[in-house]
Design a protein around this ligand. Structure first.
Ligand SMILES: Cc1cc2nc3c(=O)[nH]c(=O)nc-3n(C[C@H](O)[C@H](O)[C@H](O)COP(=O)(O)O)c2cc1C
Length: 480
């Protein structure tokens, strides 16, 4: 069989191959192999129809050697989910390279778009080498636009991730701009979009950025980060750091339902809602918890394949599908129901359990009378979280509590973690300004022995999915 090396090719061919290889992020040898493979497929008639369409669509003399990107890229197993990763022009662009690795480690195919500014920080070559796919940079690229490639890019992905999302990209997306490949694709896609903002804290806090953020959330984008911490600029700190690649990968996985089956065979207990502590047969002490967050966690755990027992206080939200629901009224009932549901792999205590109950609830309605206002003596309720976390025989592997705080949220949550003996605390701001109690959204901080992760404001369903991904990774002993 004849053998041929790149060196033996004539100069014109070599130049053409070098350009094509650079554009596709491959070595010249790999590019030559791809061309030969495509030619062989053509020979077998496998992509004949497509090639005909390209030939018809391409203006005369235009180079059509770039096969449609998916064909030219790496071969993927059937059912592989595809991420389109838009990399914006910020310092955190280097982290996007690690993100590509993390997404691929999790079995996802990744295709990248680099904005012009992103190419000041990283090269298409490195993104291409890590993704194993052609990298796209140009809206007016004859190599990919012969069949309106930006629309194809927008539609072929299962999820579009923008990391880092610059202030500029947020503004463009919020305003519906489409003057480069990244913004045109973001406007053309009908897929879920996950933004991982990264910018200087002043840029993040600027009214214009916050206005754009509010608009984008209203439009239905998902958000991961930014978190608080040191910035690349010396001496700058605050909210604006891009979420870590592992967090972004977890958020991406949860959005494309990759977590399905992640908790298969696991037993999960979730508590939800308030408790009602009777004063007499018609009156009770309660709180404003709606049960939306706990119910969303139970639903997400069930969707991930877990056997879920939801112990719910009195709520007005519907029972989640596929979940065994035990309805209770008081904290004492709730503890009894949780104890009965043990053993479990995971327990998530999202209920807002009343700290106190009336020491002696009256059997009959207390009457208004000459005796003045009744004196209500309180007694402390059992601490369900601490009881389960300290259960030597039946302690679940992961015990997770919620800390509803109105001030010093993280400090109080850290203290609660130590005091209760649980593994994680999800601390949330339940002040009136936070709007978590009864509202649709929640801003939580995941406090563990390893540190604090501040999650962005998101829907309670998104918080639930994010938590389930973290639980599944931890139970599976995923390396961090
Ligand atoms: C050194 C340097 C670092 C930058 N880092 C960021 C950043 O982290 N976040 C951001 O929003 N903009 C950052 N910018 C500004 C963006 O690069 C600029 O707004 C650019 O137009 C963004 O383009 P793009 O959104 O199309 O990628 C940085 C600029 C420079 C010169």
């Amino acid at each position: 069989m004849a053998s041929i090396t790149i060196r033996q090719l004539d100069d014109d061919l070599k130049r053409h191959l070098r350009l094509r290889a650079a554009r596709n992020g491959r070595s010249m040898e790999d590019e030559a192999r791809t061309i030969l493979r495509d030619a062989a497929s053509l020979e077998a008639g496998k992509i004949e129809a497509r090639a005909d369409a390209h030939r018809r669509a391409a203006p005369r003399g235009r180079h059509v050697a770039d096969a449609p990107a998916r064909e030219a890229g790496a071969a993927h197993a059937a059912g592989t989910k595809h991420i389109l990763l838009v990399i914006g022009g910020g310092i955190a662009a280097y982290k996007a390279l690690d993100l590509i690795r993390r997404l691929k480690e999790r079995g996802l195919a990744v295709r990248c778009i680099l904005t012009k500014a992103a190419q000041e920080f990283i090269t298409p070559l490195s993104a291409g080498a890590l993704s194993g796919e052609r990298v796209f940079t140009d809206l007016f690229d004859p190599g990919s636009e012969f069949d309106v490639g930006h629309i194809r890019l927008a539609r072929e992905a299962d999820l579009v991730v923008v990391a880092p999302t610059t202030a500029d990209l947020m503004a463009k997306l919020a305003g519906g701009h489409a003057d480069d490949l990244a913004s045109a694709v973001l406007l053309a896609t009908d897929r879920k979009v996950l933004l991982a903002p990264a910018m200087n804290p002043h840029m993040w806090q600027h009214k214009a950025t916050q206005r754009n953020l509010a608009r984008l959330l209203e439009d239905g984008v998902a958000l991961v980060g930014p978190s608080a911490g040191e910035m690349a600029e010396a001496g700058e700190a605050g909210v604006g750091r891009m979420a870590e690649p592992l967090e972004i990968a977890a958020a991406a996985l949860s959005l494309i339902g990759h977590g399905e089956g992640a908790l298969e065979g696991r037993r999960v207990i979730v508590t939800s809602g308030p408790t009602h502590e009777p004063i007499d047969p018609v009156r009770y002490i309660a709180n404003r918890s709606s049960g939306k967050q706990g119910h969303a966690i139970a639903a997400a755990a069930a969707a991930a394949g877990a056997h879920v027992t939801l112990v719910s206080g009195p709520v007005n939200v519907p029972d989640p599908p596929g979940v065994a629901v035990v309805k209770v009224t008081t904290a004492q009932d709730m503890l009894a129901a949780v104890t009965k549901a043990l053993p479990a792999d995971v327990a998530v205590f999202a209920a807002a359990v009343a700290d106190w109950r009336i020491a002696k609830p009256q059997a009959n309605k207390i009457k208004k009378g000459a005796g003045g206002s009744p004196k209500l003596a309180l007694t402390e309720n059992p601490d369900i979280l601490a009881t389960v976390a300290h259960d030597a025989r039946k302690r679940p592997r992961l015990v997770i509590g919620f800390a509803a705080e109105t001030e010093h949220i993280i400090e109080h949550a850290k203290a609660k973690l130590a005091r209760k003996g649980c593994d994680w605390i999800l601390a949330n701001d339940v002040s009136a300004a936070g709007g978590a109690m009864g509202g649709e959204r929640n801003t939580v901080h995941l406090v563990t022995a390893q540190g604090v992760e501040s999650w962005p404001p998101q829907s309670k369903e998104e918080v639930a999915r994010g938590l389930i991904v973290r639980i599944a990774e931890t139970l599976a002993g995923a390396k961090r």
